[in-house]
Design a protein around this ligand. Sequence first.
Ligand code: HEM
Length: 443
Amino acid sequence: MKTAAATLPPKPRSAGAQLIESWQWTASQIGKGLWLALNAPREISARPDHVPADRVVDFDFANMEGAETDVHAAWKRLHDGPSLFWTPRKGGHWVVTRAELIDMVLRDPETFSSTEVILPRGSKPLRLLPIEANPPDHQHYRALVMSWFTPKAVAAMKPGIQERTIEIIEAMLPNGRCEFVSEFAKRLPIAIFLQLVNLPMEDREKLLEWTETAVRSKNALHILSSFLKTNNYIEGWIRRRRAEPGNDLFSAIVNGRIQGRPLTHAEIQGMLTVILFGGLDTVAAMLAFMTKFLAENPGHRQQLIDRPELIPGAIDELMRRYGIVNLSRLVARDCVMDGVRLKKGDMIHIPNSLYGVDERRHVNPLDVDFTAPLKADRHASFGLGIHRCAGALLARMELAIFLEEWLKRIPDFSIAPGERARTATGQVNGVTYLPLVWKTARA
Ligand code: HEM
């Protein structure tokens, strides 16, 4: 499960030196936080000279019209406009909308650097790793986490995930109703995450709250504050894991080495933040979009009940149709794309969720077909290129176990009469409210 690099003992450091490093890190974070707050970009940025006027669209991905009722339809409307445009929002940035261009950006880290993946540029106090590392450093950071997500390592987690999934479903089963997002979609991934990093289950609520704000808040200061709270929390655990390493991913990162040297505080913080923010909200969002679809489409639901072997393909098909991640890149060198000049230092937003619904790549992309043949280029929902999701196997397994166990126990469910599901946009598209009902044995 673990690489030799991850298991090497840390270089001995005195407790005093570690404490000083930790204080320095905390003080620098507060300083950076204040600086970022004072230098937050204006609401509307001026159009730079190299941006043609006919490529400007006033678009704010955190405030899209209609996103609260159907976030994917709101994104899809971008396909009515240019394949590449510039918006003055969030510090001013480009947006690519077509699969072909999303491919180009994600597969060319030399031109489109991962140094900054969150908009506005510089809005967070730490470097997210391995996402914000470029080659050649990227592979070293990635190797440290990948050993925890190999097929063997993920298979070893299966019984625990299955048990937790069944436990949560069976607890709500007799009620005949639930608000799926808060009662299931968020509870399962946080439980799995806490198990993976061996942190106390009681910390669940606050971690969920910080993650939600970090990935979906419209307010840059709130996002920043949730990053700082999370980092402060992680800080306390770094000290404990250094003193008493365990057999968990957190200990492997804290005590791991990259090219023979121990990781710095900033690197440890950056890696744990990605595992936390990357692993929680994404899985919760996918669980909720899948469930919303199945609640509204009894025919598709029945197909999975009759033919559970379709479940793995159905997960990919639903990930294609309801993609969730919308991250960015920094243009690292001048280039021309879609006939437009991009300049070094520009930011470019990549809504991965638009990739799978591009009719230039897929026939009838808004239709969902669980029997569609699996094709490698079907979606970019786990990303493309060197940063492709490290936790993809684990995520797929969580989603598959959920579908199998839920459909066995609650085969017939729908959105509560008179109610509507609510969705949201952000760095990750999500469902914020999903009231479900089903018949119980008592009914
Ligand atoms: C359905 C659930 C998930 C989705 C849709 C998803 C999506 C993504 C995407 C799109 C990226 C690439 C980001 C980029 O190119 O900038 C990514 C990277 C990553 N994801 Fe996930 N993710 C999911 C679940 C998870 C889980 C469960 C974990 C771990 C617990 C995880 C850990 C990571 C890590 C460590 C990276 C960085 C990989 C690198 O930079 O090399 N993800 N994920």
